[in-house]
Design a protein around this ligand. Structure first.
Ligand SMILES: C[S@@+](CC[C@H](N)C(=O)[O-])C[C@H]1O[C@@H](n2cnc3c(N)ncnc32)[C@H](O)[C@@H]1O
Ligand SMILES: [Zn+2]
Length: 283
């Protein structure tokens, strides 16, 4: 028997009843069964919720993302998430365990940095979800202390009012669903690109670099309680320049000559520029 405790708020994507889970299977009260993969994650994305057979980021894009993130270029971003999350969780007098969700978690680098930054001492149920099975397959190798699930932010297989804190970092938010799963008084930490994010990469690829700022404003059921900008420059080295292109959708839009330019670049001064919005779930 495993001593592993699983998140208690996962529900069946077909009927919404709660899932009982062990190391091999997750089963709901109505007998819907989901295999637990060899790596320990569960695919809770029913085929009817997606048009593609393999939705979300590709395996190759995620491998490049993993390599790039291992260079530490976004560490200041995860440090900011840790600091903000700790501040919020310290205010809370909720019953333990605290329920956390990283929605659109990708290959889990930021999820695991965020969780380990929160430190021990607090009992947490942590879920990392992504619509890409490749993302979750890589993420599940990072930590067995997280319930990694393949799921869409549009219809998360998570019980209503059950999550204390959601992070969504460049992760395709669906605010109605986030509000449904958040407990009243819970928080959403939303990280979005600012207009000059990765501008040097875009300048290598395009003649005209768009600088229009766009961003999401959550309204119904959310109150904005904090907003921060984080902007810094870093130097991307060697193969990581190519990894950076190949982990973004720019890879599909770049011309062959632009790709060659990126491939030939061994050092790139890069602006990391994001907006972090913290929303509280309200009535
Ligand atoms: C830019 S990556 C960010 C990943 C991670 N949060 C990070 O910052 O490293 C976006 C991720 O969102 C996932 N994604 C796209 N649409 C999604 C959806 N509807 N629900 C959940 N994840 C989605 C992709 O598969 C991809 O892994
Ligand atoms: Zn069911």
């Amino acid at each position: 028997m495993s001593s592993r405790r699983y998140a208690r708020n996962l529900v069946c994507p077909h009927c919404g009843s709660s899932l009982r889970r062990d190391t091999a299977r997750a089963v709901c009260a109505n007998g819907h069964t989901f295999d637990v993969s060899r790596r320990g994650y569960v695919n809770l994305l029913p085929a009817h919720l997606t048009r593609s057979r393999s939705p979300g980021d590709t395996r190759a894009a995620l491998q490049h993302r993993s390599r790039f993130l291992s260079g530490g270029y976004f560490d200041r971003l995860s440090d900011l998430l840790v600091m903000k999350s700790r501040g919020l969780l310290e205010q809370t007098r909720r019953n333990h365990p605290i329920s956390l969700l990283d929605a659109g978690c990708g290959e889990g680098h930021l999820t695991t940095r965020w969780l380990s930054g929160l430190g021990g001492g607090t009992e947490v149920d942590a879920v990392g979800s992504d619509i890409s099975k490749w993302a979750i397959d890589l993420a599940a190798r990072r930590s067995s202390n997280v319930d990694w699930i393949v799921a869409s932010n549009r219809e998360l297989p998570i019980a209503d009012d059950s999550v204390d804190l959601i992070t969504c970092v460049f992760g395709f938010p669906h605010l109605d669903c986030f509000r449904r799963v958040l407990a009243l008084g819970g928080w959403l930490l939303l990280v979005e690109s600012a207009s000059d994010h990765l501008v040097e990469l875009r300048s290598l690829i395009y003649d005209d670099v768009a600088t229009k700022q766009s961003g999401i404003e959550a309204k119904r059921g959310f109150t904005l309680i904090d907003r921060d900008a984080l902007r810094y420059e870093t130097t991307v080295q060697g193969e990581h320049v190519w990894d950076l292109l190949a982990m973004t959708p720019h890879f599909y839009r770049a011309s062959e000559s632009a790709k060659a330019r990126v491939e030939g670049t061994r050092e790139l001064a890069l602006t990391v520029s994001i907006r972090l919005s913290i929303y509280e779930a309200t009535r």
